[in-house]
Each structure stands twice: as structure tokens, then as C-alpha cells.
Design a protein around this ligand. Structure first.
Ligand SMILES: CC(C)(COP(=O)(O)OP(=O)(O)OC[C@H]1O[C@@H](n2cnc3c(N)ncnc32)[C@H](O)[C@@H]1OP(=O)(O)O)[C@@H](O)C(=O)NCCC(=O)NCCS
Length: 195
């Protein structure tokens, strides 16, 4: 008789896992929803990131996570949970919003406030851009951030991104219109920088 445990299928996500020195960038699972709501729901995250809702309502994380696999398979995005390699603790999120026709992607990320300033975001960015240029064969990655968010700018500059320009009073946060800085990294410059 076949053991029932051997008959159970192990479901493997098509979304890749990327490892760096201290981090494992892995697919989100539905069980992460509560922690995502807790971390991303901190106003410090919505204040820096352009598109994160505040308040971060129940159910938002579940539907966001549920969309990742199809969006990846359709070539639209690669969204990964940032977790600590040694403990498995989920500390943030990083993603590429891909335009296949133009072989470019917009990069976005957030790190839970308790984990800021440890170099985690810079390390996560270095992992995902390596994958983007080597495996997804992208030609360009760009990122936009609110001008007052200089930590985000630092993360990009440390990874070789350069400023392309800025958009004046482009987004509204609370009652203020804020400037956006636009940074990018080209494939050619990424590989030249590595050699
Ligand atoms: C931006 C963010 C992702 C950075 O994450 P992090 O893990 O703390 O980043 P790192 O530790 O890798 O690097 C941050 C760098 O910014 C620097 N920094 C932090 N606050 C700064 C400030 N107010 N001004 C200038 N530099 C600052 C740090 O010193 C560090 O640089 P260093 O390594 O040369 O010392 C995190 O603050 C965050 O999630 N913010 C809210 C969401 C957000 O802004 N997302 C980005 C939207 S574009």
C-alpha cells in the first residue's frame, strides 16, 4: 500500500528564492498576512512609500499576496518577502513591477521600522537587481521616492543607481504636495560596475 504521506503533493511556488549574505528573499505565503499588516501598517511606512495604504486594513495583505503568483507567471511583477536568513523572521518586502516589452522594471521596497538602519534594504536591493539583470534579462531598473526620504535615496545610490531627474509636487501626502526623485540603473552600468 502506498503511504499516504508520499501521495501528498508538495506545492512549490514558481516565484524564485534569492539569497544574500544575511537575507532570504522568498515568495510571500498567506500565513504572512498578519505580519505584513502589522509592519506595513505602521505610519512610518506609508509616509515614505508612495503607494502603501494607511490605515492598512484587514484583508488587504491577503488579496495582495494571493495575486503574486499569477502576476509573476504573467511576467508583470516579482514580489518577494524579505526575511532574515538565520531566524526566518519576515522584516519587509521588495518588488519589481515589470514592463516586458521595454525590458524595464520599477523597484519598490519597505522594511519594518524596528529593522531600519541595519543595511537590510541595501542588501535586498543588491540581491533582486542581480536576479533582474542576470535571470530576467532586464535592461533597466528605475525607482522613484519622495525627496524627503533620503534613506531610500541612499539605498539606491549604494547600489549604483543614478539620478535621472525629479517631478515637482507630484504626489500628495496628507495635505502636502511633495517632490519625487527619479533614479535608475542600466544593465550596461550594472555589469561595468561589477567588473
Ligand atoms: C527606505 C527604507 C526601505 C530603508 O531601509 P533600511 O533597511 O533602513 O536601509 P539601509 O539600512 O540598507 O540603508 C539606509 C541608508 O540610509 C541612511 N539614512 C537613514 N536615514 C537617513 C536620513 N534621514 N537621511 C539620509 N540618510 C539616511 C542610513 O544611514 C543608511 O546609509 P548608510 O548605510 O550609508 O549608513 C526604510 O526606511 C523604509 O522602509 N522606509 C519606509 C518605506 C519607504 O520609504 N520605502 C521606499 C519607498 S521608495
Amino acid at each position: 500500500m502506498v503511504n499516504k504521506y508520499f501521495k501528498r503533493k508538495i506545492r512549490v511556488s514558481p516565484i524564485p528564492v534569492i539569497e544574500t549574505a544575511k537575507l532570504r528573499l522568498r515568495p510571500f505565503i498567506l500565513k504572512d498576512s498578519h505580519r505584513v499588516q502589522l509592519l506595513a501598517g505602521d505610519e512610518a511606512i506609508a509616509s515614505g512609500a508612495i503607494n502603501i495604504p494607511h490605515p492598512y486594513l484587514s484583508g488587504v495583505a491577503e488579496s495582495w499576496i494571493s495575486s503574486h503568483e499569477n502576476e509573476f507567471l504573467n511576467g508583470n511583477s516579482l514580489i518577494l518577502a524579505i526575511s532574515l536568513k538565520d531566524t526566518g523572521l519576515l522584516i519587509g518586502s521588495i518588488g519589481l513591477y515589470i514592463n516586458s516589452k521595454h525590458q524595464h522594471a520599477e523597484l519598490g521596497y519597505w522594511i519594518g521600522k524596528d529593522y531600519w538602519g541595519e543595511g537590510y534594504c541595501s542588501e535586498a536591493v543588491s540581491g533582486i537587481i542581480k536576479y533582474a539583470f542576470e535571470k530576467l534579462l532586464l535592461n533597466k531598473i528605475f525607482a522613484n521616492f519622495i525627496s524627503r526620504n533620503q534613506a531610500s535615496g541612499k539605498v539606491l545610490i549604494k547600489n549604483g543607481f543614478v539620478k535621472e531627474g525629479y517631478l515637482k509636487k507630484h504626489v500628495k501626502y496628507k495635505n502636502d504636495f511633495e517632490d519625487i526623485e527619479c533614479y535608475s540603473l542600466l544593465k550596461i552600468d550594472y555589469f561595468q560596475r561589477r567588473n
